[in-house]
Design a protein around this ligand. Structure first.
Ligand code: 4GS
Length: 247
């Protein structure tokens, strides 16, 4: 997958070369290229911002450097162009999967109070937010989006990791995890996890997921409830059928 980023702070993206995403870039699974919007400014002082028309606090990124930058980087408009902004659709796991299926993505990171609206009108396909809070720039949101979608690019996660394939995992919070030692400071790992009974372990994990989701995220629980109830109805039916065949 090819990802380009237009930003005033390309050095912020150095951290993308660490860990799982760094390995994916090394392996050529992800091709990440950051370009400095300032390099496209035609101003003699390489300025990229100006005072807002109509007055008000802060500065606005000017349209010329942004427009020239994205059209130099993507002259044929082959890339899906995404501007990070609190006005955009909020990033969700569904949106992450959708983005991971794109071949070419161009993220644009704004700084200051924002960018000249005409840039969005002329050069942006969609706006994307990572949540309802205000940051100093679009760089962190951009890295959040790339990090999340990279997990769905083939080969990025090792075989031991892997994206949640079980249907119930989607929409539920994670079950508690344990590793060695079996007892720490008098706290023992739940016995069932040491039993080697995979069916029992999976059932235990699912029940913990349901409990934790119900308690901490009632909004998510209400969304997943019809699925859980359908699964339970399915199991009841199977038990009944099984009972009859044995009669
Ligand atoms: C977000 C956000 C954000 C808004 C950028 C003020 C600088 C800043 N971008 N999700 N201008 N939340 N952007 O806060 O995407």
């Amino acid at each position: 997958m090819k990802i380009k980023v237009a930003t005033l702070f390309p050095e912020m993206f150095d951290c993308m070369h660490v860990g799982i995403i760094g390995k994916a870039i090394e392996k050529g699974l992800l091709d990440l290229e950051c370009v400095n919007v300032r390099d496209y400014s035609k101003d003699k002082h390489r300025k990229t911002d100006d005072y807002p028309f109509g007055g008000g606090a802060g500065m606005v990124m000017t349209v010329q450097p942004l427009h020239d930058c994205v059209n130099a980087v993507d002259p044929q408009r082959e890339y899906k162009r995404i501007y990070l902004s609190p006005r955009g659709e909020t990033l969700s796991q569904r949106k992450v999967v959708e983005l991971s299926r794109e071949e070419k993505l161009l993220f644009v990171c704004g700084s200051y109070e924002g960018v000249d609206e005409r840039f969005i009108e002329l050069d942006v396909d969609e706006e994307l937010s990572i949540g309802d809070y205000v940051l100093t720039g679009g760089e962190l949101p951009c890295m959040v989006a790339i990090n999340a979608l990279a997990r769905y690019v083939d080969g990025v996660l090792g075989s031991e990791q892997s994206v949640e394939e079980e249907s119930f995992s989607a929409g539920l919070l994670e079950y508690p995890q344990y590793t060695r030692p079996a007892v720490f400071e008098g706290l023992a790992v739940p016995e069932i996890l040491l039993s080697g009974d995979h069916a029992k372990v999976n059932e235990w994990r699912k029940q913990r997921q349901i409990e934790i989701t119900k308690e901490r995220r009632p909004d998510l629980y209400e969304k997943i409830r019809p699925v859980l109830e359908a699964e339970e109805a399915g199991r009841r039916k199977k038990r009944k059928k099984g009972g009859k065949t044995n009669e």
